[in-house]
Design a protein around this ligand. Structure first.
Ligand code: ZN
Ligand code: ZN
Ligand code: ZN
Length: 255
């Protein structure tokens, strides 16, 4: 199983348009964060989590040649607005792409991308062809089981995704005990850590570190990070098993 971070930034991305702060002006590639998205490759199948507004640049930079499935954590703009760009894979692969999400995310996708599901839309430049599947419980994808991890994002119920040894959880502001149990002592956990100050709908860095301490993963990566966080400054203050994810960070883990 190969993990590639396509983006690790919060909804504005980093640098933030119009911002002159130190992190936004930094020349370090570690401080340049496209919107949060992850690619998982299992047995040569490419599974994308979330389709950000930066998707085209992300897929070009990682030289992805095919896309086999898409998982959505939730329906916010920074997680779905790039969906139209997957139509190139429909053209290349000549098949529909299976998508998995909660019902409210699927309903929002059908509203925002109405033209893609409307049989009366003229075909012209090509339309995304998507097979939408509602996630209610664990499901099998390409012979591997994926379990949704229920969390709260402010008042909104959303999901992360767990494989046997790996889980991706972003945009979390509250994790129920059952979800912590589900992730307990997992090999690799990705969890959002927005900034140092508290935020109403995202874990701050210290809240995220608290939850990581409770879950006790072998290693954890922070993602969905704002321009308040300088990579090197945060790095020196993290526990040994916690790292900061950055764009195009890639590693392998045993399935
Ligand atoms: Zn987000
Ligand atoms: Zn800034
Ligand atoms: Zn969100």
């Amino acid at each position: 199983m190969k993990i590639t971070f396509l983006g690790t930034g919060t909804s504005y991305g980093v640098p933030v348009i119009g911002c002159e702060c130190e992190v936004c002006r930094s020349s370090s590639s570690r401080n340049k964060r496209l919107r949060s998205s992850l690619l998982i490759t299992i047995d040569s199948k490419n599974i994308l989590i979330d389709t950000t507004p930066d998707i085209r640049a992300q897929l070009l930079k990682t030289k992805i040649k095919h896309l086999d499935a898409i998982l959505f954590t939730h329906y916010h703009a920074d997680h779905i607005l790039g969906l139209d760009d997957v139509r190139i894979f429909n053209r290349i692969q000549k098949t529909s792409i299976p998508c998995f999400a909660l019902k409210n995310t699927i309903d929002t996708i059908k509203t925002i991308f109405e033209y893609a599901f409307n049989p009366n839309t003229p075909e012209g430049g090509g339309l995304p062809q998507l097979t939408l599947n509602i996630v209610k419980d664990s499901f099998d994808l390409f012979g591997t089981q994926i379990t949704p991890v229920p969390i709260l994002h402010g008042n909104l119920s959303i999901i992360g995704f767990k494989w046997k040894n790996f889980a991706y959880v972003t945009d979390c502001s509250f994790m129920p005990e059952d979800s912590k149990k589900l992730l307990y002592k997992i090999n690799t956990l990705v969890l959002n850590g927005l900034r140092y100050r508290p935020h109403s709908t995202h874990y701050s860095i210290s809240e995220s570190l608290d939850v990581i301490k409770q879950i006790q993963p072998k290693r954890a990566y922070l993602t969905h990070i704002s321009h308040d966080v300088d990579h090197e400054n945060l790095k020196i203050n993290l526990p040994d098993n916690v790292k900061i994810a950055y764009d195009r960070l890639t590693f392998k883990i045993n399935d």
